[in-house]
Design a protein around this ligand. Structure first.
Ligand SMILES: [Zn+2]
Length: 75
């Protein structure tokens, strides 16, 4: 589960670091479609299952945040 925190490093690379009106999905390099597909695949490998699930949850929360603030699921 700690590994899921690492994905938030790319939030820190953005400027400003936190913008409540910005969509994380599609904006940060680890929040695009291809990485999200990889996170889904990771869920099927037992040692990494919780990492994959944690990452998917992270993406879902970021997407919901985007939907609430901007009315779209991704940029
Ligand atoms: Zn995120």
């Amino acid at each position: 589960m700690i590994a899921t925190m690492i994905v938030d490093i790319d939030h820190l690379l953005a400027n400003p670091i936190y913008d409540p009106l910005r969509c994380s999905i599609g904006f940060h390099p680890l929040h695009e479609f291809i990485p999200i597909i990889i996170y889904g695949v990771i869920c099927f490998f037992k040692p990494l299952r919780y990492v994959g699930i944690g990452l998917i949850i992270h993406m879902a929360l970021d997407s919901i945040d985007c939907m609430v603030s901007n009315g779209v699921w991704y940029v």
